[in-house]
Design a protein around this ligand. Sequence first.
Ligand code: SAM
Length: 299
Amino acid sequence: MAIRGDWFYEESESWPGQAFGIRIKKILYEGKTMFQEVLVFESTDYGNVLVLDGVVQATERDEFAYQEMITHLAMMSHQNPQKVLVVGGGDGGCVREVLKHKSVQRVDLVEIDRTVIDLSLKYLPEMSKYLNGYESENQESKNDPRVHVHICDGFKYLAEHTDQYDIIISDTSDPDGPAEQLFGKNYFQLLNQALTSQGVIAMQASENIWLRLDILKSLQETCSEVFPVVNYASTCVPTYTSGQLGLLLCAKDKNTNLKQPQKSWEDVKLNNASNKYYNEKIHASSFVLPTFVKRFISN
Ligand code: SAM
């Protein structure tokens, strides 16, 4: 990570030879928790920006393209998602999207670093609004009693919760730092065990098609050792490395079709809930692979 003059640059050996810059208007918070380095700044053109260990996690301007896709690709592939788990997701964006579905009775958020929630409540209010009041005795949100927040390691939480969730969204930071063990076979097995029989998982695959296709290939192969259905979808987020982000969707039941919405948005939405990015056509098209990717990823 580098701040030079009034620019923030996302630089990493994981994406050699390139860097992404966002112009800073004002630094809002800079610190180190027991898990990671945290930076929050107001940008000139992308609203407030959350950065963890030098990697952009969310900006107010384009976050919806990620939150809607990682959430609704999974939720729309399940006939009746009632209990949902979000691992990571301390900015609150996925929880906001899950609550748009009238079938949802409960969503558990498991975030290891409370500082991320506290800073998101302060600087990313449109994302974190349903985490408000999470410190209450039963961790219920003030804005929606369906939300329950747990401050703990997702790996540990999953080991203690089997056969409980219809949907699990693994919205964690990249596989170094606190999320290091959240991209291996043991983690995928815990995710599978935590699912109910028709359960579906959506994971931020942390790699994209322009950088390390070999890593994506082995990630999909490892997932396929655990899940009978594993599909790769894309979303377009300008402030994520190379502007494209991969999502891995996995199903516990071999007959689950992840690549087409299994119901219409009109049938699932709570009140007048709407989306700025997700729609039924983009659901299907997000699983279509460019030719150069097909040698590595199978859909
Ligand atoms: N959308 C972002 C992305 O695609 O990279 C992720 C956003 S969210 C802020 C990532 C969250 O995962 C962080 O708040 C981080 O603290 C949390 N996290 C990392 N490792 C974790 C673990 N082992 N258990 C629970 N949460 C974890």
